[in-house]
Design a protein around this ligand. Structure first.
Ligand code: HEM
Length: 168
């Protein structure tokens, strides 16, 4: 039950992160108003809160979920996911600094500055989507796939089994 609850919260937070990133992308327009330039820093603060919560819930899943820490602590995909997420965190620092500057100044920078920030947020959004493709359970999926291939080989007709592609 706890595993399911953590998985649901994990998904809700991830959808939240994408919602926030899309809101930022929609707001970062060359013609953005001063009010939007000031407000975008608070939207970005929610990005930070959600990202922090994803890390906390992610580690809770790894510790208290069905597979347990013994499984994840040796799982290269899990650590690759953490490193990628940390890299995305670093990529989101320049936009955050820009948003804080805009809020203090009460106005966004020029079009070139807005374009630069937008490119960063684009990269953060697309890299976050890539993280979804590398769930920590990849290793389990590869093993399941290997098992399916093995079963298919054993059940294949004799004529096919002797073909070079399926020979053991
Ligand atoms: C943008 C960031 C992230 C995205 C898009 C993402 C996405 C996903 C997806 C699609 C799954 C597979 C579905 C599921 O089992 O619920 C998953 C599983 C999981 N994620 Fe994440 N995740 C992110 C960040 C993190 C972080 C930072 C951690 C750890 C601190 C984490 C820990 C886990 C764990 C432990 C699982 C369960 C894998 C398994 O079933 O063995 N995730 N995530």
């Amino acid at each position: 039950m706890l595993d399911l609850v953590l998985a649901i919260v994990h998904h809700v937070l991830i959808f939240g992160i994408f919602g926030i990133l899309f809101a930022e992308l929609m707001a970062e327009r060359p013609d953005m108003s001063s009010a939007t330039a000031v407000r975008i820093a608070s939207i970005d603060m929610w990005y930070g809160i959600f990202a922090g919560a994803v890390v906390i819930i992610g580690f809770c899943r790894a510790n208290f979920g069905a597979k347990g820490w013994a499984y994840y602590s040796h799982n290269a995909f899990f650590w690759a996911k953490i490193v990628t997420f940390a890299g995305i965190g670093l990529l989101s620092v320049p936009p955050t600094i820009a948003f804080i500057r805009w809020r203090k100044a009460g106005v966004a920078s020029d079009d070139a500055g807005i374009g630069k920030v937008r490119r960063y947020v684009h990269v953060v959004t697309s890299s976050s989507a890539q993280v979804a493709k590398v769930p920590a359970c990849c290793e389990g999926r590869v093993q399941a796939l290997a098992g399916t291939i093995g079963r298919a080989q054993r059940n294949a007709p004799r004529s096919l089994r002797s073909s070079p592609g399926l020979a053991r």
